[in-house]
Design a protein around this ligand. Structure first.
Ligand SMILES: NC(=O)c1ccc[n+]([C@@H]2O[C@H](COP(=O)([O-])OP(=O)(O)OC[C@H]3O[C@@H](n4cnc5c(N)ncnc54)[C@H](OP(=O)(O)O)[C@@H]3O)[C@@H](O)[C@H]2O)c1
Length: 242
């Protein structure tokens, strides 16, 4: 774990005038909004890396008790998503895309928020702005959380592989995973998290380019190394061009 990724605050926060700077002091607690396939796997890796994790869901903390018991003393269930967001040094939104409007805004102001979401119309309903490719899933979350620093990550790996595919740095089978953001500092924080979890980060900027790893693109859920993933991103096509 890192404890003081602090760049010169005068050099960060130049994202947009009027928005708060992303000043990363110490990251010890991951707050998860969503504790399903992906949320539980991120929690497992995070606990293994020495983080505390605070998990939340839709149905309430009682249904998380088995997972909390498995994760051990570093984990607790929040009474609500807002409580998990409040506790987070680094937050993760990992719920069905159709529910992102329910993500609490105020407790995430000024925080880095990892977004794992993908768009599946059969699950999420039709979202015209996505159907017409006017925006991306993560830009929708960024628009909902205008004073947070959204980083898309973990959206193109099957949940189980977050633990099974992790490899140490330098391993020839190490897999690449995208970290996409408008904000360089937030992106570098998540890149370091990916590295600690056992993956090579492939940075993508700006966030609007994250369509390159959306559902059905060449790199989506493929077990690619970082160079292979860079190539897959480069050859990705918009849905309208497929
Ligand atoms: N599964 C994968 O392999 C995979 C891979 C990459 C990306 N993704 C994407 O990651 C996201 C999460 O996928 P998943 O497979 O982990 O989903 P999942 O297993 O269905 O879990 C969803 C979690 O979100 C919670 N939730 C639902 N609505 C909520 C709300 N309004 N507020 C707070 N929590 C809420 C659920 O709580 P309850 O259980 O109480 O309903 C559950 O804990 C999706 O966008 C998915 O497309 C999934």
């Amino acid at each position: 774990m890192w404890s003081s990724l602090v760049e010169d605050p005068r050099r960060i926060g130049g994202w947009n005038a009027g928005r708060p700077a992303c000043v990363v002091m110490a990251m010890t607690t991951l707050g998860l909004i969503g504790a399903g396939h992906i949320g539980s796997q991120i929690a497992r890796k995070a606990v293994g890396q020495g983080y505390d994790v605070v998990l939340s869901n839709r149905r309430g903390p009682e249904v998380l008790q088995d997972l909390i018991a498995e994760l051990g003393p570093r984990a607790r269930a929040a009474g609500s998503p807002a409580e998990a967001a409040e506790a987070a040094d680094l937050a993760v939104v990992t719920i069905p895309l159709k529910a992102i409007d329910t993500v609490p805004v105020a407790p995430l102001v000024g925080k880095i928020v990892i977004d794992t979401n993908n768009y599946y119309p059969q699950r999420d309903g039709q979202i015209p702005a996505l159907d017409q490719e006017q925006t991306t899933t993560s830009e929708l979350l960024q628009a909902h959380l205008p004073q947070s620093f959204v980083v898309k990550a973990f959206n193109h790996i099957q949940a189980a592989q977050i633990t099974t595919a992790a490899r140490p740095a330098g391993d020839p089978d190490r897999r690449g995973l995208v970290a996409a953001s408008d904000h360089a500092t937030a992106l570098s924080v998540v890149a370091r998290l990916l590295d600690a979890f056992g993956f090579d980060a492939v940075p993508v900027q700006p966030l609007s380019e994250s369509w390159r790893i959306q559902r059905d693109t060449p790199g989506y859920v493929q077990p690619y190394s970082a160079p292979q993933l860079v190539h897959a991103l480069a050859i990705a096509k918009r849905y309208r061009a497929m």
